[in-house]
Design a protein around this ligand. Structure first.
Ligand code: ATP
Ligand code: MG
Length: 604
């Protein structure tokens, strides 16, 4: 392609609304253009990158035996009502764009396709003989993200590969799950990315497990905890670890102590000259269930630990039936305003006791009249602990479960932290890294097939729900994540496998017929050899052309400049900035060798 004929506009200045390097560079280099909040036009250079990533994804998916299809983006509300997700997705979480057609039928714009694919399976899969099956698509998804940001990283319209597999049993699902693990690793390696597969939260679905593929980068929104030995890596939402051992308590007798101005654990420990590991702190949460019921939750946890709200939400979902509900719509620490709505008496904040009385709760039919009391494992074994007395300005010391306080339901909702010891080997210490989630593979089990009645007949003639897996890759997020891992002060450095073009030929002086002729000839030869080439034939200064070539990040630049008189051109590698003179008749074969080698390294 000739730059003179392209929509090619680069910016010298960083755009004001971009925060992270990859977003700034995509805008500056003319790859994308913002059209609205979280909505971008993929300009020609970007579209080529996205097609390359899609092609790598497609090849790896096809290699596993999965079949490509294309499902509708407009989805009837009835399907989502069948799965029970319509209200959650359109109202509670609000992530799904929804609309009404002129016949007043409700529709949603697909954020994901479990419902659609399960309907297809329900209609078309009858017998175990048809199993296993795996269908995938590469398509634009819509999600009304609360905080769209970082360009293509978190858009409201973005490209995803989503695949869904169907199996006769869990063992067979596990096999495909393993294949996907391999396929995803291949895709990311081929795209030139440094990544880590980590244990991920499977949310309320629970069950058999899921893994996320994290591209390691400072700008990542996720925190990953891992051990140096390579045996453990997990999203912090899911991570487990061994907490430090608690120090033994100096308080051997039970008493109420005046502890003024000790609302925080730190102040309390200073005052009592004790360790936070001897304290049971009681944290108040408010959970709203899908039937409108608000439940006040009191979590008792060791003073030096924090609550992992993802784990807590999973526990609350598990307990939903107790409140005649199915799922938790929201979970939060009630602020002053929320407290006013649900608390009848002033709370002794900072001094709450594990047995806070239920009459603190306002009487209201939307409010459950009793606290849900949960005790984290870290607080269970404490002896002679310190905790709030339920009266402002006082704590209890030397308290014990089974004596002063009844032990409520025990849960594991503690947040693992960097510095904790690993469970598989206590000598290994958890370390922290930032990651960008580019893929997620998931063993769904029969969650959707059961509620939507997607069954098959097994060898014994019994009709049972299909076992399902689902597997997503954020194609557009992945493309941007590649830049986040590979750029310098001058611009993007694309991995060869996903660069929009392999080579750019810069003609320093467009008025020099010898330069133009050499460039034109190389341009024709390179393209004929299958090397994707840009020709910078604009009437611009050489400096401008070199700057632009660096900015857009094309792996190799050919300059038809001074050395032409010796029958040579200059070839510069973007990544290393190494420059060498190559004779004109060897440029094509040399570049072909380099490019083939770069692709080969990535694919093994
Ligand atoms: P996140 O936790 O980042 O919101 P998710 O877990 O909701 O993502 P999935 O439903 O697992 O996302 O979707 C599969 C993949 O699609 C993700 O791994 C991610 O790469 C990509 N993706 C999800 N949401 C977005 C978005 N708003 N913009 C771009 N890519 C996205
Ligand atoms: Mg995910």
């Amino acid at each position: 392609m000739r730059l003179s004929k392209m929509l090619f506009v680069t910016l010298r200045e960083d755009p004001a609304d971009a925060e992270i390097p990859s977003h700034k560079l995509l805008l500056r280099a003319g790859y994308i253009r913002r059209i609205g909040s979280g909505i971008y036009a993929y300009l020609p250079l970007m579209w080529r990158v996205l097609q390359k990533v899609s092609q790598i994804v497609r090849e790896e998916m096809n290699a596993t035996g999965a079949e490509e299809c294309l499902l509708p983006q407009i989805q009837p509300a009835e399907l989502w009502r069948e799965s029970g997700r319509w209200d959650t997705y359109t109202q509670a979480e609000g992530i799904m764009f929804s609309l009404k057609d002129r016949q007043e039928r409700e529709l949603g714009l697909g954020p994901t396709h479990e419902e659609v694919i399960t309907t297809v399976a329900r209609d078309m899969i009858r017998s175990y003989r048809q199993l296993p099956l795996h269908l995938y698509q590469i398509q634009t998804k819509f999600r009304d993200e609360i905080r769209p940001r970082f360009g293509l990283m978190r858009g409201r319209e973005f490209i995803m590969k989503d695949g869904y597999s169907f199996h006769a049993d869990e063992d067979n699902l596990k096999k495909t799950y393993q294949d996907m693990n391999q396929a995803y690793s291949n895709m990311l390696r081929r795209s030139g990315l440094a990544f880590r597969a980590v244990d991920a939260d499977s949310g309320a679905i629970g069950g058999s497990g899921s893994q996320e593929f994290m591209v390691l980068a400072e700008a990542g929104e996720d925190e990953v905890l891992y051990t140096q030995d390579g045996h453990y890596a997990a999203n912090v939402e899911k991570a487990v670890s061994l907490p430090l051992a608690a120090e033994s308590s100096p308080f051997t007798s039970y008493e109420k102590r005046e502890t003024p101005e000790t609302q925080t654990i730190e102040k309390l420990c200073q005052f009592l000259k004790g360790s936070p590991t001897q304290v049971v702190k009681n944290v108040l949460y408010q959970a709203v269930y899908d039937n409108g019921m608000t439940v006040l939750v009191l979590v008792s946890i060791r003073g030096d630990q924090e609550v992992n709200e993802v784990k807590l939400q999973n526990e609350l979902t598990r307990l939903a039936l107790q409140y005649s509900a199915k799922t938790v719509l929201s979970l939060s620490v009630p602020d002053a305003e929320a407290q006013q709505k649900c608390i009848a008496l002033p709370l002794p904040l900072g001094y709450i006791a594990p047995d806070i009385e239920d009459n603190y709760i306002r009487s209201d039919k939307q409010l459950h009249p009793k606290f849900l009391r949960l005790v984290d494992k870290t607080a269970v074994d404490l002896k002679n602990f310190v905790t709030g007395a339920g009266v402002s300005g006082y704590h209890l010391v030397g308290a014990n479960w089974g004596e002063q306080f009844q032990l409520a339901e025990v849960v594991d909702v503690r947040k693992a932290r960097p510095g904790d010891r690993a469970i598989h080997d206590p000598n290994q210490i958890l370390q922290s890294a930032r990651g960008i989630e580019v893929g997620h593979i998931f063993q769904l089990g029969n969650k959707y097939s059961r509620v939507m009645g997607a069954t098959y007949t097994n060898e014994q003639g019994e009709e049972i729900p299909l076992v399902m897996g689902c597997y997503g890759v954020g194609v557009s997020r992945l493309a941007q994540a590649a830049i986040e891992q590979s750029y310098d002060k001058d611009g993007i450095i694309w991995p060869v496998a996903i660069a929009p073009y392999h080579v750019i030929i810069s003609i320093p002086n467009i008025k020099d017929p010898q330069q133009v002729q050499a460039a034109e000839q190389l341009y024709a030869q390179l393209n004929a050899t299958g090397i994707e080439t840009l020709l910078d034939d604009r009437d611009e200064r050489a400096g401008v052309k070199f700057k632009d070539a660096d900015l857009i990040g094309i792996p190799y630049r050919i300059v038809t400049g001074r050395s032409l008189s010796n029958g040579k051109v200059e070839v510069v590698e973007r990544k290393s900035r190494k420059s060498q003179e190559v004779s004109v008749d060897q440029v094509v074969s040399t570049l072909k060798q380099w490019i083939d080698a770069a692709m080969l390294v990535a694919s093994y």
